[in-house]
Every structure is written in C-alpha cells, then in structure tokens.
Design a protein around this ligand. Structure first.
Ligand SMILES: NC(=O)C1=CN([C@@H]2O[C@H](COP(=O)(O)OP(=O)(O)OC[C@H]3O[C@@H](n4cnc5c(N)ncnc54)[C@H](O)[C@@H]3O)[C@@H](O)[C@H]2O)C=CC1
Ligand SMILES: O=C(O)CCC(=O)C(=O)O
Length: 367
C-alpha cells in the first residue's frame, strides 16, 4: 500500500455502513497550504480503480494550485457509488463528518457526479466545504468559471494556431456535456462556432445541446462514443473522464489541438510526447481547468466574482507562456508546465514555512 501511495502525504478510507458511504480522501501535498479539491462520485468497478483515480486527481490538484497561484495544496476525494441511484442527504452528511475529522487539512466541493446541492448536506457537518450556492454562504457553481477558463484556453490556442483569439468559424468536438461541457458548448455557439461534434452517455444532455443548436443556428452533430476522437474538428474538447488520451485514441485524433476541462486527460505523461509528434497542440488540463479552483479558493476571502473572473482570465496568458516555454525548450507542453509549477512550489513552500503560521489558510473566514 505504501508503494501505491508513494508521493502522497495521507490517504483516508471512509466507511459508513449505515449510509452506504465508501469514500477515499487523498491528500497529496500541503506545502503551499491545506489540501483543496473536489469530490467525485462514480460507480468504480473496484476499490483499486477508485484509489488510482483519487491518487492521480489529488496529485493533479497540487500542480493546479501551484499554477493558479493559490495558497492551497493538492487533495481530492472519491465516493464509490452511482450518482443516479446511491445519493442521499445522510451519505453526504457522513462524508462531511469524515472531512471534518481532518481538522482543516482538506477542503472539498463538487466534481464529476456531484452537485453543489449534495454538499449543502455535508456543510451541516463541516465548514471545510466550498462551492455551495451563495444562499448557503458559498461562491456558487464552480463549473461556471471552469467553463470560462476553457474558453480563455481556447482563445490562447487559436491565437497560436491561427493568430487570432476569435472562436468563430471553427469546428469543435466536445466529449461530455455535463456541468462544464454544456456551458462550453453554449458559449462556443454564442461565439459563432461553425459546427460542434458532441458525445455523451446521457441522451438528455445531447437533446439539450441539439435544441440549443437549432435555436442558435449552429450545426450540431451527435456522434457515438469513440467516434468523437475521429472527427474532422479543429479542436478536441474533453469534458468527461480522464485517461482518454492514450495510444489508441491519439492514433485516431486528427485535430489541431486538445483543450478541455477533464482532469488527467493523458493516460500517461508520455502521451504528451505522442501528441507533440503528431503536431497536435496540447493545453495541459490543470492550466485550462483551473477556473473552478480559483473560485473556490477565492471564496475563503468572502466571494467576489469580479476577482475570480480577473484571475480566471490569467489562464489565457499562463497558457501562452507554457506554449512558448515548451517551444523554446524543445519540451512537451506538459513538461514545460510541470517544470514551472515545481519551481513555484519550491520557492513558495520555503516562503510559507518562513513567514506563515502553520494553521493555514490564514484568510479563512468561516472557521
Ligand atoms: N466542475 C468543475 O468545476 C470542474 C470539473 N473538472 C473536470 O471536468 C470534467 C467534467 O466535469 P463536470 O462537468 O463537473 O462533470 P459532470 O458530471 O457534470 O459531467 C460529466 C459529463 O460527462 C458525461 N460522460 C461520462 N462518461 C462519459 C463518456 N464515457 N463519454 C461521454 N460522456 C461521458 C456525463 O454523462 C456527464 O454529462 C471532469 O473530468 C472533472 O473532473 C475540472 C475542474 C473543475
Ligand atoms: O472545482 C472545484 O469545486 C474544486 C476544484 C477541483 O476539484 C478541480 O479543479 O478539479
């Protein structure tokens, strides 16, 4: 087990037979501050699958926090269960009690399969919850800034590919039309996208986007499953599961770039090299999808949407800088991005231990 969790500070298995809660909380690194990361609910086939997912996701949060320049560390939680069938207020209260037991080392909120409403129940047990609705003292749906961040990432990418920030007259292939993907699709239509290829396992999500396409006069083509990798779109936008950029799918891709919200898009880091070899520009996921993190981290200062938007806009310049560093250093965009984050963590961690009280975040207003 210790080999498996190598590199992580703490992994907590949460078991409550009364509510049926089976969850894992993984804290990767708290050298920049307490761990922060959403909670995913998914019917994992095995506990090992759930563990692998939470370990990968929490590690990604460490880099995301460093890149977005928020004083938090990397953590994430997964609940093993079917979001359509296994949710109950008691289950989320039980999860909240486990979060509370970590005594401020871990802050959490939504991710795939969970909604802000779920965490209103958890909030009854712990203050370490972010991203609930404003009426409960939270900053609201974090998928709104996440989707905005993806749009800024797309603009930066179009700037490199075509010399313009405009998103119009291009075709995009979106995988996953959930909280983030549906908003990205909506905004791309507003921005004048020529055509969207879309896929989702939820037929209702597909019907909604198709109806919107008719209203906005934008062509929508629904494709089944893996066909999303094989469209003639200009940009592929993954907004569902991780690990979808792998030997098999990269072979099929003939887009010019990949820019999406899904966490851990690359099955393994060497897949960034494969994309580079194929001439596909890859926007590192944790740079592009940091809008939600920016909002939930900001929430602890007292929520402020303008401040969040300003910081989310910085994704545009961060991504351009990463593209430039990668080009100049002959690296993949992921290598360039990881290097930048590791340098920042090294210098900030030292600063934190010199000047900060151990009990961070020092700005938390809800403790
Ligand atoms: N919500 C947020 O603010 C953030 C989300 N992310 C990441 O973005 C991705 C999407 O997140 P959300 O939109 O919040 O999740 P969500 O649960 O609201 O939506 C996910 C969508 O993907 C669909 N889906 C699941 N498996 C699929 C498959 N095999 N093929 C096609 N579609 C599939 C689902 O039916 C659903 O519509 C996740 O990887 C998440 O970790 C990252 C940062 C922040
Ligand atoms: O979006 C959130 O609520 C928290 C941040 C997070 O979990 C993520 O960026 O993956």
């Amino acid at each position: 087990m210790f080999d498996k969790i190598k590199g992580h500070e703490q992994v907590v298995f949460c078991n409550d037979e009364e509510t049926g809660l089976k969850a894992i909380i993984a804290i990767h690194n708290t050298s920049l501050g307490p761990a922060l990361g959403g909670c995913r609910m998914q019917p994992y086939a095995t506990v090992d699958d759930a563990l692998e997912d939470v370990l990968r996701l929490s590690r990604g949060m460490t880099y995301k926090c460093a890149a977005a320049d928020v004083d938090f560390g990397g953590g994430k939680a997964v609940i093993i269960g079917d979001p359509a069938k296994d949710k109950s207020p008691e289950l989320f209260r039980s999860f909240g009690q486990f979060v509370e037991s970590l005594n401020g080392r871990f802050y959490t909120g939504t991710d795939m399969g969970t909604t802000p409403e779920d965490f209103v129940h958890a909030l009854k047990e712990t203050n370490c919850i972010v991203g609930v609705d404003e009426v409960y003292g939270g900053s609201g749906d974090s998928s709104i800034p996440t989707a905005q961040g993806v749009l800024f990432g797309l603009q930066a990418t179009n700037q490199v590919l075509y010399g313009t920030d405009l998103l119009s007259d291009k075709t995009y292939a979106i995988q996953g039309l959930g909280k983030v993907g549906a908003k990205v699709a909506d905004q791309l239509m507003s921005a004048g996208a020529k055509k969207l290829y879309v896929t989702d396992i939820n037929p209702l999500a597909l019907m909604d986007v198709q109806a919107l396409g008719v209203k906005r006069n934008v062509e929508i083509e629904i494709v089944a499953g893996d066909e999303i990798f094989n469209t003639d779109a200009d940009v592929f936008i993954p907004c569902a599961l991780g690990g979808i950029l792998n030997d098999r799918t990269i072979d099929q891709l003939h887009v010019k770039a990949v820019v999406g919200s899904a966490n851990n898009q690359l099955l393994s880091e060497h897949h960034a090299g494969m994309l580079k070899e194929k001439g596909i520009l890859y926007a590192p996921d944790y740079i592009v999808n940091s809008g939600g993190l920016i909002q939930v981290a900001d929430e602890l200062y007292v929520p402020n949407k303008e401040r969040v938007l300003r910081q989310t806009k910085a994704i545009y310049t961060s991504l351009l800088n990463i593209y430039k560093r990668a080009e100049e250093g002959g690296m993949t965009t992921v290598e360039a991005s990881n290097l930048f984050c590791e340098q920042r963590m090294k210098s900030r961690a030292r600063r934190n231990s010199f000047f900060s009280h151990m009990k961070r975040p020092k700005w938390a207003v809800r403790i």
